[in-house]
Design a protein around this ligand. Sequence first.
Ligand SMILES: Cc1ncc(COP(=O)(O)O)c(C=O)c1O
Length: 419
Amino acid sequence: MTDPGLAMIADAAEPAPRGTSHDLFSKFDPLIQQREQLLSTGLTDPFNLVMERVESPTVAICSGRRTILLGTYNYMGMTFDPDVIEAGKQALDEFGSGTTGSRVLNGTYQGHRECEDALKEFYAMDHAMVFSTGYQANLGIISTLAGKDDYIILDTDSHASIYDGCALGNAQIVAFRHNDVEALEKRLKRLPPEAGKLVVLEGVYSMLGDTAPLKEMVAISKAHGAMVLVDEAHSMGFIGEHGRGVAEAQGVIEDVDFIIGTFSKSVGTVGGFCVSNHPKFEILRLVCRPYVFTASLPPSVVATAATSIRKLMHGGNKRAHLLENSRRLHGGLKQLGFQLGTDQPQSAIIAVIMPDLERGAAMWEALLHEGLYVNLARPPATPQGMTLLRCSLCAEHCEEQVSEILGMFEAAGKKVGVI
Ligand SMILES: Cc1ncc(COP(=O)(O)O)c(C=O)c1O
């Protein structure tokens, strides 16, 4: 991807005089200026918030005040589950604070195996590989699987970790328009039939909260001889009969070759993984650099993850409540006159589209003053240069909180003049 902003800076740069070093930070000057301009208005820095205390999955203390959390991706509210916390404490006592080693050397403890067993059971798949983050799972699996002369075909709105996985490897990259089935087919048709191909999709796209037409996309990919990887970071635990994600909900999980996920959302801790039925999958443990050349997760983390994953297998009631929350918030915001990322709620993410960065930042701050935290997202992370207030609901938000949240949006929206 080229960045026109950076190209402009390169053109304008004066050659550095002899003996003085060119300041490598100068490429960030436009961003520094934009940030300074925004903060000079007295605005609270939206990217520097501190949670002074966290009371529950839905409430924290920020700047001394009670704040409802609506931007944490803690979809199933597992961070304060008593069994999860107990498992972490016990592992800390019994195995210490860290492994100080790679998974392929001294960094595989009993807990890592148990965590992988829990994932295999959760997804009903033969193999599971746990990484230190979801970012590293994408980085490692994508860059290792698709080599020189292979093709990676990906959605333009893919997460940064998918793009970075492509950048780390040697494959040819082919992007297609977001969620456009025909565009995917067109791209696949143009590729050499005999070439290795990996189609990379996401179940839920986290910027707008929309789901992918996986049923059609997986079928087309398979018809063109491609392997398919689906990142279900934002659907695990919530979408699908067993919480396995959008691929399960659309009935194509059997045809997906690799599912990538994270522990940093529904599971409620940190870590990433890949599950698969491919018979040669285990060899990846020896050749996947972001798996081999980094320390494994601490025992307390894998213990909390395994306990959480096992509990998510029986999370039917929580899933139903989260769906209800998502419908109520989406309907309420629409009724108030906000422009939303999707016509109907498709996931636990509701994106509120702001007219510009200035009003987006002002709205973010007004909500914080009301006692509500949401995520502010801005270009280049967002599609089509949009400024978004991204709300992610939690199964632990009660009905009263959703009503309170809608009241806060109404007050802030009127104050800033976006409704
Ligand atoms: C789609 C997607 N994939 C991967 C990741 C990375 O997950 P982690 O936080 O575990 O690094 C994220 C995190 O935001 C994500 O949204």
